[in-house]
Design a protein around this ligand. Structure first.
Ligand code: ATP
Length: 368
């Protein structure tokens, strides 16, 4: 089932929780709503579920307007962060709940619950009470319960938020397989970008009740559409620079930026990801502009910097440098094996060359 969200707005008192949000979730997609706390993810999920009503806009499922239809009358399953199982009921009865409400015949309930317990790898645990399960097992019961009614849409709100890191990783891989097997349309809320990027076909980044970007994990990561997205994804070097004549200037070093061919200089924010910087050893030359004077024609100009620290973090090694003409720090990430080969040492001079740069210009009326 496909979901269309058209121009949805929602206020709580005077607070604008959602502001004219439009989004399409094609049939069979696993979509992540990603964003900081308070950005409106849960509110949007609850509106898709039929647990909350928008002030303006519409929700369509397979082209039919369901905006005013309550959750009970939509074919939607939910899983929340706190699994909210019925404590006094067995695992079996928890999973059976939605079927019992729908007065499904006993034999059918048994067959369906057994099938689901098998699917979530909890065979043989049907007689236990929720308190006798681990957190990961309880969350799988919650999923089985949501799936019992054969929903066309599965909505998950931080489903793995309460679990430890190892169980989270296992469960999300398992959820991905389950989603593919069942062929549902799923939307899940998370503020964990690793979770969103690993699990989802489509990622929607939200900020202050609006969508900043929608795209595949690769699109969002490789082509962040706004400064907010790149800042939110984190792990990036940010500098104030300027653009003019088809070039962006980063600490005085020119980088090709054909998107701005104009002669009039404008302030810009320059973003460089640590793994997209090349670093090479160089004897100190005392170049006053901090530029590498040794680069030959056709080569990208590089920035001279002093190595401050070298710190290993598993497969990556981070080299923290200080550009010669600035007091800020610059991070470069190298595969640990490469860093070991080069053996960069604090105090030595290196030349840093960006392989990729992202430049954002503030609005024209914005003055730095
Ligand atoms: P989190 O990741 O912290 O769950 P979120 O992105 O899911 O955040 P929402 O729960 O959608 O954010 O909330 C968006 C904003 O709307 C928040 O500022 C929240 O305080 C506010 N809000 C949500 N529900 C209500 C409500 N029932 N009454 C008043 N304000 C609300």
């Amino acid at each position: 089932m496909s979901i269309h969200i058209r121009g949805v707005s929602k206020k709580f008192g005077s607070f604008q929780a959602l502001d004219n949000v439009s989004l399409e979730v094609p049939h069979g997609t696993l979509l992540a709503l990603l964003g900081p706390s308070g950005s409106g993810k849960t509110t949007l999920l609850r509106i898709i579920a039929g647990l909350e009503w928008p002030d303006a806009g519409r929700i369509e499922e397979d082209g039919a307007d369901v905006t005013d239809r309550h959750a009970r009358h939509r074919e939607v399953g939910f899983v929340f962060q706190h699994y909210a199982l019925f404590r006094h009921m067995s695992v079996f009865e928890n999973v059976a709940f939605g079927l019992r409400v729908r007065k499904t015949p006993d034999a059918e309930v048994r067959a369906r619950v057994d099938e689901l317990l098998h699917l979530v790898r909890l065979d043989g645990l049907g007689n236990r009470k929720p308190a006798q399960l681990s957190g990961g097992q309880r969350q799988r019961v919650a999923l089985a319960r949501a799936l019992a009614i054969r929903p066309k849409i599965l909505l998950l709100d931080e489903p793995f938020g309460a679990l430890d890191a190892k169980v989270r990783v296992e469960l999300r891989q398992w959820l991905r397989r389950l989603h593919d097997e069942i062929g549902m349309t799923s939307v899940f809320v998370t503020h964990d970008q690793e979770e969103a990027f690993e699990l989802a076909d489509e990622v929607v980044v939200m900020n202050q009740g609006k969508i900043e970007q929608q795209g595949t994990p690769d699109e969002v990561f490789e082509q962040p559409a706004t400064p907010f997205v790149i800042d939110f994804l984190g792990n990036v070097n940010v500098f104030h620079g300027r653009v003019e004549n088809g070039r962006a200037f980063w600490h005085g070093v020119p980088i090709a930026y054909p998107d701005y061919p104009h002669a009039q200089a404008r302030p810009a924010r320059v973003y460089l990801r640590p793994h997209e910087l090349d670093i090479a050893r160089l004897a100190a030359t005392g170049s006053p502009a901090g530029q590498n004077p040794n680069h030959s024609a056709g080569e990208e100009p590089s920035l001279l910097a002093e190595v401050l620290r070298v710190s290993r973090s598993g497969p990556l090694t981070r080299i923290t440098c200080q550009p010669h003409n600035s007091s800020g720090e610059l991070h470069v990430d190298l595969p640990t094996a490469t860093a070991r080969d080069h053996s960069f040492q604090p105090g030595e001079t290196v030349a840093i060359t960006p392989r990729n740069v992202r430049v954002f210009l503030p609005d024209p009326e914005y003055v730095i």
